[in-house]
Ligand binder design. Sequence first.
Ligand SMILES: Cc1cc2nc3c(=O)[nH]c(=O)nc-3n(C[C@H](O)[C@H](O)[C@H](O)COP(=O)(O)O)c2cc1C
Length: 289
Amino acid sequence: MDTNYKSIRIAYFSGTGCTETVADCLEKQLIESGIDVTKTKISCNTASYTEETDLLIILSPVYAFGLADIVEKWLAGLPHVEHTKAVIISVSGGGEVSPNTACRMRSKRILKGKGYDVVYEKMIVMPSNFGVETPEELSVRLINVLPVKVESIISDILSGNHNTVEPEFKDRIYAAAGRMEHFGAKVFGRFIYASDSCNGCGQCIKNCPKENISMHNGKVKFGFKCIWCLKCIYGCSCGALSPGIVKSSVLKNGFNINRVKEMAGEMGDDGNKEISSAMWKGVIEYLKD
Ligand SMILES: Cc1cc2nc3c(=O)[nH]c(=O)nc-3n(C[C@H](O)[C@H](O)[C@H](O)COP(=O)(O)O)c2cc1C
């Protein structure tokens, strides 16, 4: 069955640029297929929309086996529709493994409540920005394979192929428990601090999708609205921001997706070295697919 989508809305949130990279790739390929694309970047101030499209595609990073809270809140504010089709693409560092398989469940429920028919869901894997750094070889391969993965998703969507995942019960439980991360994130954010190397440029204030950072007497102050996206810490050009708690969540060498993209461009096929590790099982499976 071929669909006849003329207009598609892509709505995405991205903390450190991985999901944005996927959204950009998707937009480019859809436009090349002759489709009218509207792209919405979600932040705490992103208004809902009034003009309807034939299909809504939601993209979000995976945080603690769920989608980003900011995305779920935006979905909850959408106007009701009559059976508009929707697609959810989650972007993770670990891949479609347990319990990540349950990450889209809540968003699917919210969309269904709004009258959407979620016809397709998929995981895209990108280099991890959390806890453990993805090995360079894998990171490069993830960047290089992205256009192929996106092409396959678009081909599925436009041909009307459905893909919905029924997560195992235990994964649903983990995903539900993962929602405690929302409170943890607020506390994490409250304890981020700036060292003396902060030059007061205010980039973190501009970058924060939750408007959680402000300047007081020349010093940055963090409020209680953080969603743990890590955009402020990794994006600080002075390297002045550090977590006060759960320090292990932040990669020691920082995270810069543009650096990985440059590396992918330079390394070409050299990046295709085989790697095997139980820890990166989901990433290796994704690359084999
Ligand atoms: C707070 C937090 C929690 C995360 N939890 C998961 C997780 O449960 N599973 C996973 O595979 N990746 C997890 N990640 C990694 C991100 O999903 C991944 O790096 C993603 O590509 C980041 O997208 P972004 O650059 O658009 O923000 C987490 C990252 C953060 C910051």
